[in-house]
Design a protein. Structure first.
Lengths: 58, 977
């Protein structure tokens, strides 16, 4: 359940703060792949949490 | 028809034929199940979310709002990130109650067929623009790919092929909820194709149009800078609104609900999708800006921004890649929408308007209806494109669809997290929200008039687009009406129980209600009135098989589960509303005056199933519950618990062993349906009052038992009522008591006999003295002979009396008694005298073969007692005309003394504990089981030992018991006589 809370925090936090990130991404001088790197990091974090959840439920 | 058009047609139809081939390969098992049901296949099938919008619409959005196009992907990724708290609970409900669509779920939760119908209508209206997008992209892609105007016709051909494929993949079985491996695999293949197409187009953009990532970055900072700077950006509120819309669409669009829940493999697979689907979406999203930037760098003024991929290169294969990617996305979406919507329309519009009658071809009728609806849905998509879609951009069509479907979001969240929401609130909210959506967005889209000014528009920024105002107003009104109406109107009992069933944290508290049907066979008879004989028998058989029950099942608990299962199965077939109506009408509960309590056994079984989901205090409490349950289950005393309605709630292991009845077979039964003698026995203690029932004689598995039963009433404020009964097996104790009484009676008789013998001794002594005097008083030879005879007979009587007296005293423990020489033959004779006095076994022949020469050291009286016991056992073991031999001999400094009979021998099971107290093979009351134990003790006190051979060596039957005793060593002492 603690893992689920982290996910809830991530999703709602991301939902509220994502417009701030959007401003940064729209700047042409910023590396074009930056949003995807952040997104990839988020997926890696979710994968780690999923593994942790599996271990918790064993 | 030009060559290009023919080529595009063949390419598209060839691709669809390839899909059909793959589906058949899965269907026929050519592709192993471990591949077709692999979690990765499920994740890829979920990729159907990426419809033609992802191939073309995203590019259009990227052209308009830059990275704002990511909302489409991030919204869905967010929904799957929340899979443990959002999707898995929905999956649990849909699997438990066989709910295949959003309309099923709403109809089930809000206990209203109209709720299901309303959601179906909303879904139908919302999905039409989405279907229109798919047809539109197919048509316009054909136009661009072939540089012709044959798009609409070719798109119609594709629609026909897609409809045929959808019928073959998803409407070959009548049961909507039956998982179609071929459908899942086909959707996965479509996802792979569109992903490869997008990645291919991205690669073309990055390495063919640009010269790599560095060149792209240089273009962005150089020639492309101005174009990017001019691109509009989403207002934060609009961005969040879009995220919310796509979040809702990811699991609420009919086709996505179907693939996520109705076709799901397991909760684990869904949890795994929480990161695999976002990864898929990332890969799908990555090429989108690359395609747009590359197309922009090639040609700054593109007429169709959505189809920028066709402007990347003059090479035909680049266009073919975009064309196949778009077709894969569109065909997968259309097929799944058609299958999902056809089920919804069938269950919530057609069957509600015309309920099924008892007909022999019920399944076939449903199947053909469904096929017709599949074709109808796809055709309506093409018509929508023809009349409406071709005049609007992809973004407008897509947003109209997503905003319409999002009207179900408040109801869905209330369904999971607010048990207080009721039908009236949900319907009011949905009608309010949908009304705004229709008025502000859908009707202007269809009818082509200018969107009206909405009441909340002044609250939004002046430049806010209409979709944003409509979303804001419709969602606000929807939520407000849902809350207010739910709070101020009454919720029915049915809704409350459904709310508990759907609530994330609740365990269903099923009630122990009796059913009108008494057996599982009655179910078929009752259901046949609604479904017809064949369908009723099939449905009952299917439910029985799933529950592992038989047609003879009578247990109320099992019948209630059977009813639930049939309702769930019918729900998968006809929707929850019709299923509930049929089950309520034809399999009703009996409403008598019996007390209604919670179905504790069912609640426990659900708790066991939910155990892994419990955390914190709930988990601790569940641990305690399991501990207490185990304490009762493994209690070494029989225990059963009965409810107030006399339904059996618990039957522990000790009672299972004692009764020979397993707990699984009787839990949930009524007391009166238990095997004899339990109904009477439990009924007696229940009616007895507080006092226990002591030593009730019962016969269980061909043996007599004496059981003591204690009862306690489970009353109190928090109690669910009922009684707990403890069943103690007092059979052995009763037998021991009987034996002790018998032994005491024998001891009394022995004492009496000793007293009588003592009293007889005096007159016998007088008779002997008189006979002696007679010898002195006469010389008559005849009288002298008579006197001799009298003396001999009195000596014999004296001997017998002495033996009796001696035996009576022999049982007492007399430590320190002097050991004297004992002649074994004499002891044997004494014992035989006593045995003959018993007047039983007179037809058994005893032979004393001992010699006078064998003298041992010991207590003559106690050794006599040993021999009496051995001879008595030998006599009892022999059949009439049997024989018993007593022999003796010596070996080294020990004498052996053996009693051999030709009886039936000793049971091997008894032989191991032959010398233990109370071990006997005789019937109760005939033997104490103490004789051999006493013999063992006495021989042990004489420093001897006992050997048992049954049968003796060289024989096939009988028993030989040999006593080994130390020989008498002092020659000067006289032997005992």
């Amino acid at each position: 359940m603690y893992v689920y809370r982290i996910m809830l925090f991530l999703v709602f936090g991301g939902y509220l703060l994502s417009p701030l990130l959007m401003d940064g991404w729209s700047d042409p001088s910023v590396a074009w792949y930056r949003p995807f790197v952040i997104w990839g990091g988020l997926i890696a974090l979710t994968l780690w949490l999923e593994q942790k959840r599996k271990l918790d439920e064993r | 028809m030009s060559v290009e058009v023919l080529g595009a047609l063949l390419l598209g139809l060839g691709y669809l034929a390839l899909l059909l081939g793959c589906a058949l390969a899965v269907e026929r098992g050519w592709i192993p199940l471990r591949i077709s049901r692999h979690p990765a296949v499920y994740t890829l099938a979920l990729g159907v979310y990426a419809s033609a919008w992802a191939i073309y619409g995203s590019v259009e959005l990227a052209a308009n709002v830059g990275f704002g196009y990511l909302a489409y992907y991030l919204g869905a990724a967010g929904a799957f990130l929340l899979a443990p708290v959002l999707l898995v609970p929905i999956q649990r409900i849909t699997r438990t109650y066989q709910l295949a669509s959003l309309a099923d779920l709403f109809a089930f939760r809000f206990r209203s067929r109209w709720a299901g119908t309303l959601v179906t209508l909303v879904s139908l209206l919302a999905v039409l623009p989405l279907l229109g997008i798919q047809v539109k992209t197919m048509s316009e892609a054909v136009n661009l790919f072939t540089r012709s105007q044959a798009g609409p016709v070719v798109a119609l051909t594709f629609c026909a092929a897609i409809a045929a494929l959808a019928v073959m993949l998803g409407a070959r079985h009548s049961h909507v909820h039956s998982r179609h491996n071929s459908l899942l695999s086909t959707m996965a293949i479509e996802s792979v194709v569109k992903l490869l197409a997008m990645l291919g187009l991205g690669a073309v953009a990055l390495w063919f149009v640009f010269s790599g990532p560095g060149d792209l970055q240089a273009w962005l900072e150089g020639p492309g800078y101005l174009a990017q700077a001019r691109t509009a950006r989403f207002d934060p509120a609009q961005w969040r609104t879009l995220l919310l819309l796509f979040f809702a669409a990811a699991f609420m669009m009919p086709h996505l609900f179907h693939i996520t829940f109705a076709e799901s493999l397991s909760p684990q697979t869904l949890l795994q999708a929480s990161w695999t689907l976002p990864l898929f979406l990332l890969l799908m999203a990555l090429p989108v800006p690359l395609i747009w930037w590359a197309a922009q760098s090639v040609n700054e003024t593109l007429p169709f921004t959505a189809y920028a991929a066709y402007a990347l290169s003059e090479h035909w294969w680049v266009g073919a890649l975009a064309f196949i990617g778009g077709l894969a996305a569109a065909s997968g979406t259309m097929m799944l929408i058609a299958l999902a919507l056809s089920g919804m329309v069938l269950n919530h519009i057609v069957l509600v308007a015309r309920p099924p009658e008892a007909r022999s071809d019920l399944y076939g009728w449903l199947l053909w209806l469904r096929r017709g609806l599949v074709i109808g849905v796809i055709l309506s998509g093409w018509l929508f494109y023809q009349w409406v879609g071709r005049h609007h951009p992809l973004t407008s069509l897509g947003l109209a669809a997503f905003i319409g479907m999002a009207q179900c979001l408040p109801g869905m969240l209330a369904l999971l997290y607010w048990p207080g929401a009721n039908r009236k609130g949900m319907v009011a909210g949905l009608i309010g929200g949908v009304g705004v959506w229709l008025w502000g967005l859908w009707l202007p889209l269809v009818a082509g008039y200018t969107p009206p000014t909405l009441p909340l528009t002044p609250l939004t920024p002046t430049d806010a687009p209409i979709w944003y105002s409509v979303t804001l107003l419709s969602q606000s009104l929807n939520i407000l009406l849902l809350i207010v109406v739910s709070l101020f109107t009454r919720t029915s009992e049915g809704e409350k129980s459904a709310a508990e069933a759907c609530s994330v944290d609740a365990v269903i508290r099923s009630k122990r209600l009796p059913l009108e049907a008494a057996t599982a066979s009655d179910f078929s008879t009752h259901l046949a009135q609604a479904l017809g004989d064949e369908a009723a028998h099939r449905e009952v058989g299917r439910a029985l098989k799933a529950l592992n029950l038989t047609h003879q099942e009578r247990r109320p608990y099992a019948l209630r589960r059977l009813r639930d299962r049939i309702q769930a199965n019918l729900s998968g077939l006809m929707g929850p509303s019709v299923a509930r109506d049929i089950v309520d009408r034809y399999l009703p509960y009996r409403h008598d005056d019996a007390p209604i309590t919670d179905d504790i056994h069912f609640v426990e079984s659900r708790l066991e199933a939910y155990r892994s989901r419990l955390t914190g205090l709930a988990r601790e409490l569940d641990g305690l519950r399991r501990h207490h349950r185990q304490t009762l289950a493994y209690l070494p005393v029989g225990l059963c618990v009965l409810g107030d309605d006399e339904e059996l709630v618990m039957w522990n292991q000790a009672l299972s062993q004692l009764s020979g009845i397993s707990g699984e077979s009787v839990i949930g039964s009524r007391r009166d349906s238990l095997p004899a003698p339990w109904p009477w026995l439990l009924g007696s203690v229940l009616n007895e009052g507080p006092s226990p029932l002591y030593k009730q004689a019962v016969r269980l598995h061909d043996k007599d038992y004496f059981l003591t039963l204690h009862k306690a009433d489970l009353s109190g404020n928090d109690s669910r009522g009922g009684s707990v009964i403890l069943v103690e097996d007092h059979t052995e104790m009763k037998w021991l008591e009987d034996e002790l009484v018998h032994a005491a009676r024998l001891a009394s008789i022995g004492q009496l006999a000793a007293g009588v013998a003592h009293e007889i001794g005096n007159p016998i002594t007088g008779i002997s003295s008189l006979a002696q005097n007679l010898r002195y008083d006469t010389q008559d030879p005849a009288l002298l002979e008579t006197a001799d005879h009298i003396q001999q007979l009195t000596e014999r009587v004296t001997k017998i009396v002495n033996s009796l007296v001696g035996f009576a005293h022999a049982g007492r423990d007399s430590p320190g008694l002097p050991r004297s020489p004992v002649v074994l033959r004499t002891i044997t004779d004494d014992a035989l005298h006593l045995i003959h006095l018993a007047r039983s076994g007179e037809d058994v022949i005893f032979t004393n073969e001992c010699t006078d020469a064998l003298v041992v050291q010991g207590d003559a009286q106690r050794l006599t007692q040993v021999m009496v016991n051995l001879l008595g056992n030998a006599r009892d073991a022999c059949s009439p005309e049997g024989s018993v031999h007593i022999t003796a001999g010596k070996q080294a400094d020990q004498a052996w003394w053996c009693v051999t009979d030709d009886g039936q021998g000793i049971d091997p099971k008894v032989r191991d504990h032959l010398f233990e107290p109370f071990t006997t093979t005789k019937a109760a009351g005939e033997g104490t089981g103490l004789g051999l134990s006493l013999a063992y003790q006495i021989i042990n006190e004489h420093h001897g030992r006992i050997e048992v051979a049954s049968p003796p060596p060289g024989t096939s039957r009988g028993t030989a018991i040999t006593l080994w005793l130390p020989l008498f060593q002092q020659d000067d002492q006289l032997p005992h006589v």
